[in-house]
Design a protein around this ligand. Structure first.
Ligand code: AP5
Length: 225
């Protein structure tokens, strides 16, 4: 694949709309790298790096890490060799400042954007999904206490690791993340709509149905559908 035909996607939507779930499936389907700013920041917190130290308290409050930090992290990441065939940006950009910075980065690298995909999910559904989300501390497999429970409470079916709840998945922080989303990230959806780059997908329904409708819209955009 040449730089011009690579697929470069942005996956947007409120917290818990299924960005991570769908991005892993898109990664496999299109053979492109999944870059989640949330995962990158949580890894920095675990590794106790300078970025991690700055980000931890902000993330726990449900607020956004400053634009200069996140743009700096992503600028290096999208230039890596594994991004040459394309990528899915999960959770970036989240502000208009980040969107403008991404435009500049992509223009500098002559990397056109394929599409910005926005998943729509109502706030109450977000709270239900996130309050019940559990993750494996060893293999990172995802579960949900109601929709996708592990066979044994608190234990991963795949590797036997202990399941945990993310620090920011309590109801108070989820509501704060939603407020931040509506105020700072929803305008970014309009930014891509104005540039004719937006694909809107209904994020309620089965994971497979959502994935299929998203893929058919992406295929149409890249001329495969
Ligand atoms: P981040 O990790 O990106 O969190 P988020 O946007 O709040 O999104 P989540 O990871 O919580 O949810 P998701 O949409 O990936 O849903 P998932 O697939 O897991 O960011 C965390 C923090 O980092 C931010 O708050 C901020 O502080 C900081 N940050 C990150 N990026 C930043 C940036 N660019 N700028 C500044 N700060 C930044 O699904 C959720 C649950 O629902 C799962 O249990 C799943 O199994 C279930 N589920 C999924 N799909 C369905 C379905 N169709 N039906 C039923 N259940 C479903």
């Amino acid at each position: 694949m040449t730089a011009g035909s690579a697929i470069r996607l942005i996956l947007m939507g409120p917290p818990g709309c299924g960005k991570g779930t769908q991005a892993k499936m898109l990664e496999e389907r299109f053979g492109i790298v999944h870059l989640s700013t949330g995962d990158i920041l949580r890894a920095a917190v675990r590794e106790d790096t300078e970025v991690g130290t700055k980000a931890k308290a902000i993330m726990d409050r449900g607020e956004l890490v400053p634009d200069d930090i996140i743009v700096g992290v992503m600028k290096d990441r999208v230039r890596s060799d594994d991004c040459a065939n394309g990528y899915i940006l999960d959770g970036f950009p989240r502000t208009l400042v980040q969107a403008a910075a991404l435009d500049r980065m992509m223009a500098e690298m002559s990397q056109p954007l394929t599409a910005a995909v926005a998943l729509a999910v109502p706030d109450d559904e977000v709270v239900r999904r996130l309050a019940g989300r559990r993750q494996c501390s060893k293999c990172d497999a995802g579960y949900h206490v109601e929709f996708n429970p592990s066979s044994k409470d608190g234990v991963c079916d795949t590797c036997g690791g202990a399941l945990y709840r993310r620090d920011d998945d309590n109801e108070e922080t989820i509501r704060q993340r939603l407020a931040v989303y509506h105020e700072q990230t929803a305008p970014v959806i309009e930014y891509y709509r104005e540039r004719n780059s937006l694909i809107e997908v209904q994020g309620v329904g089965s994971i497979e149905e959502i994935f299929e409708s998203m893929c058919s819209l992406i295929d149409r955009r890249i001329g495969n559908g």
